[in-house]
Design a protein around this ligand. Structure first.
Ligand code: CP
Length: 307
């Protein structure tokens, strides 16, 4: 395995390692439906969840994953930490390190923040989303959800639609799906389609209809209003008209096609509620798989067998 001590991104992670993570997640998933959802695997280990950006799904699922594997956990938010008093990220990390954690999960608005920590401190680091760069655990849970539904990733037709440029989810999925042999298409306003999509082997579609045609997986992305410094499309209303997924689109989709979204959803913008809550949606399966994938990573990085 070339996974090493950290998971900073999916760039450079081999297909065999992705398969190992997904296989481990599939094995551990059963724990989450037991009456007593706890095993002693990480007893005596300490995990810090350091979230400098808001999160519902990633933070909660990491905390549950750590607790279900019996790790001791500490959670730190930007607003309640001494970052608010001007302490630097590296000073904060070194102070956390001094308390002896085995692993730090970090989410930060700055691309590269997890890599910076990995250069300066000893504990294992997992990237829980860094700026517009990568969100590797999201892509892994997405790939687990696809693999469960279709039994494979190789040859799967996956269309990623929306704000690709600002999406760390899109980047990690493009890297991971490319490594696993899926065929990826991207679609969105030209101003929100970055050059990296084509360089990662994705086909670019101009219309939602083109992107949906023949797709097994339709992955809708959130319009990230918090990262839009400039006006990159005329209005949310126009965006919803051109790129919002509705039941009329799904009636023309490939039979058996699934709809994914990393959350949080802007209902009525990138997706109509009838789709979000409809028979095509596997959005809550993605959320459930998030716990299993994060358990797998904690186990592989700091579990008994980890180097
Ligand atoms: N998908 C995702 O990262 O959601 P949160 O921001 O709620 O963690």
């Amino acid at each position: 395995m070339s996974l090493g001590r950290h998971l900073l991104g999916l760039e450079g992670v081999a297909a065999e390692d992705i398969n190992l993570i997904l296989d481990t997640a599939s094995s551990l998933k059963e724990i989450n439906s037991r009456p007593i959802k706890k095993v002693p695997t990480l007893r005596g280990k300490t995990v810090v969840h350091f979230f400098v950006e808001p999160s519902t799904r990633t933070r909660t699922s990491f905390e549950l994953a750590s607790k279900r594997l019996s790790a001791d956990t500490v959670s730190l938010s930007a607003s309640t930490s001494s970052l608010t008093k001007g302490e630097t990220l590296i000073d904060t990390a070194k102070n956390l390190e001094a308390m002896g954690p085995d692993l730090i999960v970090i989410r930060h608005s700055m691309s590269g923040a997890p890599h910076l920590l990995a250069q300066h401190i000893e504990p294992s680091i997992i990237n829980a989303g860094d700026g517009t760069h990568e969100h590797p655990t999201q892509a892994l849970l997405d790939m687990l959800t696809m693999r469960e539904r279709f039994g494979r990733l190789e040859g799967l037709n996956v269309s990623i639609i929306g704000d690709i440029a600002h999406s760390r989810v899109a980047r990690s999925n493009l890297i991971g799906l490319n490594a696993m042999g899926a065929k990826v298409r991207v679609c969105g306003p030209r101003t929100l389609l970055p050059p990296f999509a084509a360089s990662l082997g994705a086909e670019v579609c101009d219309t939602l209809e083109q992107a949906i045609d023949g797709a097994d997986v339709i992955m809708m992305l959130r319009v990230q209003k918090e990262r839009l410094d400039d006006v990159l499309f005329p209005s949310l209303r126009e965006y919803a008209q051109r790129f919002g997924l509705g039941p009329r689109h799904m009636r023309k989709a490939k039979p058996g096609a699934i709809v994914m979204h990393p959350g949080p959803i802007n209902r009525g913008v990138e997706m109509n509620p009838e789709v979000a809550d409809g028979p095509w949606s596997v959005i809550l399966d993605q959320v459930a798989n998030g716990v299993a994938v994060r358990m797998a990573l904690l186990y592989l990085l700091i579990g008994a067998e980890a180097k």
